[in-house]
Ligand binder design. Structure first.
Ligand code: MG
Length: 388
């Protein structure tokens, strides 16, 4: 008994906001399609990769680059999922009892356990599709969004791939569905249409389908073991307020009668952030990387130093995930400048603005900040392994 895999790789990735097909996107250094092919390679006697003709060469190049040795061929995708599957099935010449696994390449976290459960189910009952029991309540609605029914949750499953069938089950049904013009959203549905029983086996919540950008982050977090790979850094800085200097905070020049004294532009907030970033990676502090004895840093914009700090992190395989900065100043009012401060900071570290927080507080006239002798800043950031 042989096992064949039909790997559906023809997605367009339009919801990924990416120009490239999502299955070619790297996930922790390895393209999604390669991860999916690797997962099945111990089980597959032969694999058909269903892909757009213009992407087959790119996929072939990745297979070569990663040294994957598996018997495979390409089939051109169709307009619909069902047509793509059929195009893949037509490339095969299996025996009736051989097993065919149909898989969405975008579910690249599929585990060996799950693949084995599906193969066992097909061997025992002719079919096997993975399902995760529903945890939410689902409603059936009419065309005007009025609820018509609430299905019993204990009977509902969210269906994944790989979907497994014997050749004698799936191939005739798929050919017949094409002739009858029946459109289905998954492969099991074709069998259901002709009254063929389909067995659901336990799915895997980690077997997510990569559809939108956040799914890539979820997948990364699953692959990297979640928070265990996250580092946290803390930074603190103080500069003296004097006359005749500009007040620059997170790269924004804030109109005020006093400014911060320092060798560089004395941007106390960004200095705290840089120390947090370097601290998270155990790479020293800004004094080590940008010594104030070095003339080239005289009057330099701290935004440039932040960009450089980000590059240093990147060189060591790290990337900032998020940062939170608090500026302690009695005066001036900073609220009108916060949005620009966030935008500057986010841009310098190449992050979306929703990952950067900048806050300001007074110290109720207490301490040196309260007496307006100086301004202090605190920063905390998290750092993750950079995507390679
Ligand atoms: Mg400083």
């Amino acid at each position: 008994m042989k096992t064949y895999v039909v790997m559906l790789a023809g997605g367009r990735g339009s919801r990924m906001n990416a120009s490239v097909n999502k299955i070619l996107m790297p996930l922790c250094g390895t393209p999604v399609i390669i991860r999916s092919l690797q997962a099945f390679s111990p089980y597959a006697d032969e694999t058909v990769i269903v892909a757009r003709p213009d992407e087959q060469k790119l996929i072939q190049d990745e297979i070569t680059r990663f040294g994957l040795s598996l018997p495979f061929r390409f089939a051109a995708g169709g307009e619909t999922r069902q047509q793509s599957v059929l195009s893949g099935l037509k490339c095969l010449s299996p025996d009736p009892s051989d097993i065919i696994l149909i898989h969405d390449a975008a579910r690249c976290l599929v585990s060996p356990d799950l693949i084995e459960r599906i193969i066992r189910s097909v061997a025992e009952s002719g079919t096997g599709i993975p399902g995760v029991p529903a945890t939410s309540t689902y409603k059936l609605c009419d065309a005007d969004s009025f609820v018509t029914d609430t299905p019993d949750r204990s009977c509902l499953y969210e269906i994944q791939t790989p979907q497994g069938f014997t050749a004698e089950t799936i191939i005739p049904a798929s050919l017949r569905a094409a002739e009858d013009g029946i459109d289905c959203t998954d492969d099991a549905c074709v069998l259901e249409h002709y009254g063929i029983p389909v067995k659901v086996v336990r799915g895997d919540p980690s077997n997510i389908k990569l559809t939108e950008p956040a799914d890539l982050e979820r997948a990364r977090s699953i692959l990297e073991g979640g928070a265990s790979f996250m580092r946290i850094g803390m930074g603190y800085d103080v500069h003296r307020l004097v006359e005749g200097r500009k007040l620059i905070l997170c790269g924004v020049e804030v109109p005020f009668e006093l400014g911060l004294l320092g060798h560089s532009d004395a941007d106390v907030a960004l200095h705290a952030l840089m120390d947090a970033m370097l601290g998270a990676c155990a790479l020293g502090d800004i004094g080590k990387h940008f010594p104030d004895s070095d003339e080239k840093y005289r009057g330099v914009s701290s935004v440039l130093l932040l960009t450089e700090t980000n590059r240093i992190l990147s060189e060591h395989g790290f990337a900032v995930y998020n940062a939170d900065i608090t500026i302690a100043a009695q005066k001036p009012k900073l609220l009108p400048y916060i949005a620009e401060m966030k935008a500057n900071t986010a841009q310098a570290v190449g992050l979306p603005e929703d990952r950067i927080s900048v806050k300001a507080t007074t110290t109720e006239k207490l301490g040196f900040e309260g007496r307006m002798e100086g301004i202090s800043a605190y920063a905390v950031c998290t750092v993750v392994a950079k995507e390679r």
